[in-house]
Design a protein around this ligand. Structure first.
Ligand SMILES: Cc1cc2nc3c(=O)[nH]c(=O)nc-3n(C[C@H](O)[C@H](O)[C@H](O)COP(=O)(O)OP(=O)(O)OC[C@H]3O[C@@H](n4cnc5c(N)ncnc54)[C@H](O)[C@@H]3O)c2cc1C
Length: 384
């Protein structure tokens, strides 16, 4: 089979394309043999069904993941961004092709007064397929991951079979980082309006007093989110140089009730990441730690001057490091010592394969054998 015959002009071997598609938002550099831009599911199916033995494919959405999950390894990059149509509307769902970027979906939803609540920081840019494959969280973490909002998928597996996926089988693709199949389209659940919330901001001088409050808040059924801000992050958000908890309630228990004021606080959360990058803290981590161990972890960050914010209800923190800092490795050791997970939110990609637990590795290998026995999809990503 010749890919040029399937894709005609939507096939490239020119060096500038190979260089551009050899990378994603990680600093990793891979090796891209060619790029294809499918526009129809039949092309994807044909490509995988008749792939010759030496062909390997790396699937790409917008390339915004930071872990090398879309970096090729002697493979053909399948850029899904031209499969970007909205296929069907319902009163509480929408069916979209996987290459649609979230920003465009949100613009269309606004016109229909409907809401899709998973909005990661890079929201205008990332694709629905990439968000499903990484099982992304949005900024409002209380909406959960993509898995809570996907009802059905249409997928082409590594053998070229077209599969409709729903119910328990969705887990075989959500968060699988493209190793089990190419997602063609997705049926997404929608809301008619965002969840109403009120907000309170609490200030603390010590981690001990902050933790006392956080443990009480964590037990309240009305608390949607407990966002931790250390003194560094608080300072740059103009809250003053102290520790803060930004608490979001699902009822009117919060002090701040005005939607406009709440929207400004949401903007602050978005701003934080840019502030850190401007200060050259380019390495954002995402360890997950049980609440019993939060104090030890936060003391370590404070002692070592590591700027940190986090989602305490999920147990996920974002300590930020400068490029090449030895503290990053030290933090990994600490998290393992606290029985936490190094990769709590952003996925594994090429960079963090060592942190996949043995149980998960076994499960992923079983899925790989089931859906992609020839191992032609996303080689070297998530598992070896
Ligand atoms: C500044 C910044 C902020 C970020 N903030 C967040 C955040 O708040 N929350 C969060 O969870 N992530 C965040 N991310 C990471 C990233 O934006 C998400 O992982 C995003 O979902 C990736 O989407 P993408 O379209 O760019 O996918 P890509 O990066 O192109 O691909 C990601 C993975 O999905 C696979 N894939 C893509 N399309 C398909 C498909 N159609 N079928 C099968 N597999 C596919 C790829 O092979 C790859 O393994 C952030 C990244 C940056 C740079």
């Amino acid at each position: 089979m010749k890919l040029q015959d399937i894709f005609t002009k939507a096939y490239s071997e020119i060096s500038v394309d190979k260089i551009v598609y050899g990378r994603d938002a990680s600093e990793l550099e891979g090796s891209c043999q060619a790029v294809v831009w499918p526009t129809h599911k039949e092309q994807v199916q044909h490509m995988l069904k008749f792939a010759s033995k030496d062909m390997h494919f790396t699937i790409r959405g917008a390339g915004s993941n930071t872990l090398g999950a879309a970096v090729p390894s002697q493979s053909i990059v399948v850029d899904m961004s031209r499969m970007n149509k909205i296929l069907e509307w319902g009163s509480d769902f929408v069916v979209v092709e996987s290459g649609l970027v979230l920003g465009e979906l949100l613009t269309s939803l606004e016109k229909k007064r409907l809401v899709f609540p998973i909005k990661p920081l890079e929201l205008p840019l990332c694709t629905i397929g990439g968000m499903i494959a990484m099982n992304t969280y949005g900024l409002d973490t209380y909406y959960g991951r993509m898995e809570n909002w996907v009802e059905e998928l249409e997928v082409i597996d590594g053998e070229g079979n077209r599969v409709k996926v729903s119910g328990a089988q969705l887990k075989d693709f959500l968060g699988a980082e493209g190793i089990t199949g190419i997602i063609l389209s997705a049926k997404l659940k929608l809301l008619t309006e965002p969840r109403q919330k009120t907000v309170s901001i609490f200030k603390f001088n010590t981690i001990t007093s902050l933790m006392d409050k956080a443990i009480i808040l964590d037990k309240s059924p009305n608390v949607l989110a407990i966002e931790y801000l250390d003194d560094f992050c608080s300072h740059y958000l103009s809250l003053g140089q102290s520790l803060h908890l930004l608490v979001e309630y699902g009822n009117d228990a919060g002090v701040i009730k005005d939607p406009e004021e709440i929207a400004k606080i949401d903007e602050l959360k978005e701003k934080l990441q840019h502030v850190l990058i401007n200060k050259k803290y380019t390495q954002k981590e995402d360890p997950k730690i049980s609440i019993q161990q939060h104090a030890k972890f936060l003391h370590w960050c404070q002692k070592n001057g590591v700027p940190c914010f986090g989602h305490m209800k999920l147990g996920i923190f974002h300590p930020n490091f400068r490029e090449g800092s030895p503290l990053q490795r030290e933090m990994h050791m600490l998290v393992m010592g606290l029985q936490g997970e190094i990769a709590g939110q952003y996925g594994i990609g090429r960079k963090r394969k060592r942190s996949v637990s043995l149980d998960r590795k076994v499960r992923l290998q079983t899925l790989k054998t089931k859906y992609d026995p020839k191992k032609i999809l996303n080689r070297g990503i998530l598992i070896d």
